[in-house]
Design a protein around this ligand. Structure first.
Ligand code: MN
Length: 128
């Protein structure tokens, strides 16, 4: 797949500080970044423009990130978009739940910038 634009990532994160960290890292990498602080706001973005990868915080106010992944997976508009879960919980049951909901990966906070950059690159894979 060739592209004539930078990869576009949608970051779903309700914490301002974390959002700033993601934005700085991703913009520095040359990606376009879209932001949402709730599941509902994320649905609106994902349905309205091409998104190459979603970073989904698991702990969100209202609908949580896992339920949001299920909604995105069941919507013909958004079901092809790869989603990576982001959570402060490193234990296996948490990552298992995210992968079962349809995430392609699981990243734990706090974010380590070098590792995170490499993982995002690999999640975008041949689509970049
Ligand atoms: Mn959160």
């Amino acid at each position: 797949m060739t592209r004539d634009r930078a990869p576009r990532l949608l970051v779903v994160e309700d914490n301002d500080t974390n959002m700033m960290i993601f934005r700085d890292l991703l913009v520095t990498e040359g990606y376009e970044v879209r932001e949402a602080t709730t599941a509902e706001a994320a649905f609106a973005v994902a349905r309205s423009e091409p998104i190459d990868l979603i970073l989904m915080d698991v702990q969100l106010p209202g609908m949580d990130g896992i339920e949001a992944v299920r909604v995105l997976r069941n919507d013909p508009c958004t079901r092809e978009i790869p989603i990576v879960a982001v959570s402060a919980h490193a234990l296996a049951p948490h990552s298992k739940r995210a992968l079962e909901a349809g995430c392609i990966g699981y990243v734990t906070k706090p974010i380590r910038s070098r590792d995170f950059r490499e993982r995002v690159r690999s999640y975008l894979g041949s689509r970049v």
